[in-house]
Design a protein around this ligand. Structure first.
Ligand code: SF4
Length: 341
């Protein structure tokens, strides 16, 4: 199993508290549509099984995104925050080509609907995602929909409700954890001081343990229940490590340079671009290994799941990524995708 990750653009209309990737200053000019098509051709030639395509907001590329995705041959999940009015204007056109809707959802719909005013960007982003899912379930019920929850101090006790409500709408769910810029080299996150109200303190580990138990009794369409069997202390202290191999394949930044992983730029890996990869694959791999070994660790679900499944059953793992399969989910419910590798 070889997975990749791509940042198509750093632009974003949102300003979620726990994300700093939009603020990156040391990224060059973004690749053109023609260059992205070549980059995606290279991923296919390297036998990449799955590409997690992040933005920040991929839909800001508008018609170029359609052109790139029309050309793409690698199974993928493409993240969007369903920003309006762009989402309503483009959704019919986009989903003639894109075969999934993948969003961040940090709150249950029932909770958001009770609020008079949404203040936080993560609340607005979540409500737009819910509206996007509802629209798709009405107009294109066959479309694969997936919501990723970032667990933090504010929403941890609502996790069972978020999972239940998404599962009832037949939306797959991934769970991830609040993380911070631990050693100054995680450009994906702000420093801990800026996440004061969101980081789950040691006193709340027991709460998290209890929440995990509740979720595991009714996992619904949760994509990574296996990860909730990890120790909460390990996850909340960013104490897991990929061992020098985040997820098998490359991480491409919006300017075409390679990163050690989605969370960290690295030092050695950035000497390579996606266009160098076919020729310098071994050197790139050594660079990733050296950069990743210098990382203090994370609690990121994407590499965690990659390691969990590639160590046990990589064929099933591939289906977990490409179809949202799971031993706890009836096969009839696994997603059907246009592009299946
Ligand atoms: S442990 Fe590995 S996957 Fe996690 S942030 Fe560090 S380098 Fe990336």
């Amino acid at each position: 199993m070889l997975n990749a990750l791509t940042f198509l653009t750093r632009d974003c209309p949102r300003a979620c508290d726990y994300c700093a990737i939009r603020d990156a200053k040391d990224v060059g000019t973004e690749l053109t549509t023609k260059q992205w098509k070549e980059a995606f051709r290279i991923l296919k030639s390297l036998d990449i099984d799955f590409n997690l395509i992040l933005g920040n907001e991929t839909w800001l590329l508008k018609d170029s995104l359609i052109e790139i995705m029309q050309y793409n041959q690698v199974p993928y999940a493409l993240y969007t925050t369903c920003p309006e009015p762009l989402f309503s204007k483009y959704r019919d056109k986009m989903f003639k080509v894109i075969d999934n809707l993948s969003c961040g959802v940090d709150w249950p719909l029932s909770y958001l609907e009770k609020k008079d005013v949404l203040v936080e960007d993560s609340e607005k982003k979540s409500l737009d995602a819910w509206r996007g899912f509802q629209w798709f379930k009405k107009h294109h019920p066959e479309m694969d929909c997936q919501g990723t929850v970032t667990i933090h101090r504010g929403n941890v006790e609502l996790l069972p409700s978020i999972i239940n409500e998404l599962s009832q709408l037949e939306v797959f769910v991934g769970v991830n954890f609040i993380q911070w810029n631990k050693d100054g080299n995680f450009d994906f996150f702000p420093p801990k001081e800026e996440l004061d109200g969101l980081i789950i303190s040691e006193n709340s580990y027991a709460v998290l343990d209890e929440v995990f138990k509740q979720v595991l009794q009714r996992p619904g369409l949760l994509q990574n229940p296996e990860m909730l069997q990890e120790s909460p202390i390990k996850l909340l202290s960013m104490g897991w490590h990929c061992g020098g191999n985040p997820y098998g394949g490359p991480t491409i930044d919006s300017d075409g340079s390679l990163r050690v992983c989605g969370y960290r730029k690295g030092y050695n890996t950035t000497r390579f671009s996606i266009f160098d990869l076919p020729q310098y694959a071994k050197d790139w791999q050594r660079a990733v290994y050296r950069d990743a070994r210098n990382c203090p660790g994370c609690a990121w679900s994407y590499p965690w799941m990659f390691h969990y499944w590639s160590g046990r059953d990589s064929e099933m793992g591939n289906k977990v990524f490409t179809k949202h399969a799971g031993h706890h989910i009836s096969k009839k419910k696994w997603a059907k995708r246009k592009l299946e590798g």
